[in-house]
Ligand binder design. Sequence first.
Ligand code: 5GP
Length: 339
Amino acid sequence: MRLEDGFKLDFDDVLIRPKRSTLSSRKLVDLKRSFKFRHTEAVWLGIPIIAANMDTTGTFEIGNVFKKHKMLTAIHKFYSLEEWEKALSSSQISPEYTAVTFGIEEAENAAIFFESLKKKNIECPKFICLDVANGYNEKFLDFVKKIRDQFTNPIIAGNVVTGEMTEALILAGADIVKIGIGPGSVCTTRTVTGVGYPQLSAIIECSDAAHGLSGHVMSDGGCATPGDISKAFGAGADFVMLGGMLAAHEESGGASIERDGKTYKEFYGMSSDTAMERYYGDIKDYRASEGEAISLEFRGPIDKTIQQILGGIRSAATYVGAKDIKDLQKCTSFVLKYK
Ligand code: 5GP
């Protein structure tokens, strides 16, 4: 056994210290950022916030609203090819602001997906998201390499929480490494397995490793407020992925529930019993559920929530004198809260 010394921090453990600033208005803050990627010629300009590839948040309906704000959506894995074709050819979603998700056994699915769209002259999603709950498996590195050899799209791969694995994924072909094990709002990994890493420290450590290799990181999970998103960017995240904050809206997936005169919408982890039963029929007897199912009060159209989020980040930027989202990292000093 080894015990690592020193504190590791979550979003809740810190606040952003205000600084003297010449920015007179939030309007002067530009949240769009342009990206070049380590492994591809592709460039991307947009607000680097992305809807999680959960079936409740990575929906075509959320994609439709997000693209108007130049924000990304990682579409969930459970749409059929026909549904994709329809969404892309009707411009419900924009390829430029879309990621398609594949799991570890799905290299063949990826080839079929891209070939089918190309054959019909439909523009393919720009980003490929390779998503496994535990990115520490050697097999995952091989999978990333395999996809890298096949495609020129920017690749998002994860999840991991430490610098050495971030580097390994970038060297294997990932452009953006997804960071987060255990911080998700409906994730029970920390309680079921005892495994995890405080998210703010994970971002600080992994972004340092990634940036040294011209790679990027995407913070995934644990943002419950717009302030948490600003802290994630301040800590070094290039992109921030959101699940729970986007759930229970008109455009979110999940059934509506009427209770005591109020409307709720269901929201659940992708490793919860609810999701397993829905998509895989049952739960394999050697594994435990690592996600929970909750119902959240209905929040109306997602546009309002987006405004709150973007307004919050703009305001954070003016408090520290950051003119854009990239600057937020340079201008951020965190203060530790006393607990
Ligand atoms: P949130 O923004 O809700 O805090 O976190 C969203 C993230 O939680 C997702 O992008 C994904 O990485 C993670 N997540 C989603 N479902 C589950 C689950 O069932 N179990 C675990 N461990 N993580 C999940």
